[in-house]
Design a binder for this molecule. Structure first.
Ligand SMILES: [Zn+2]
Length: 140
């Protein structure tokens, strides 16, 4: 049954762009304006709420439209542009840090703002920044 469903999905996306990083990012962004829309329902006669609802729908439709687009070259260019953007880097770095929070602690170098990763539970240690050489003592 599960194989049949994944087979059907793979058939649907033949010759289509599919959900690349940009489409997944757009889809993952949908709840943000949607939540704002729900929270601001009673503000300014509901117009702000309607605006945020429209934004969330645009993100949703844009994401699905990209996934089903057969203009692969154009979609790939958009995705490459997105992957080289600072938005993608900061989001993916944050996701990576959150997924490693159980095993590691993250500190920011006070001099060069580089993220530094150290294992948890090592007590008080001195951290040397590999980029600028600044060092500080902290608890892990
Ligand atoms: Zn540094």
């Amino acid at each position: 049954m599960r194989d049949r469903i994944s087979y059907l999905f793979s058939r649907i996306f033949i010759g289509r762009c599919g959900f690349d990083e940009l489409s997944r990012f757009l889809m993952a962004s949908v709840p943000v304006p949607l939540l704002l829309s729900m929270l601001l329902r009673k503000t300014a006669g509901g117009y702000i709420s309607m605006f945020f609802f429209a934004v969330s729908m645009v993100l949703f439709v844009w994401s699905v439209w990209r996934a089903f687009s057969s203009q692969l070259y154009n979609r790939k260019c958009e995705n490459d542009h997105f992957l080289s953007s600072s938005t993608y880097h900061s989001v993916s770095d944050t996701v990576t840090r959150l997924s490693q929070m159980k095993e590691y602690r993250f500190f920011r170098c006070r001099t060069c703002r580089t993220w530094l990763r150290v294992p948890r539970g090592k007590g008080k240690i001195r951290i040397d920044c590999p980029k600028c050489g600044n060092s500080f003592i902290t608890k892990t």
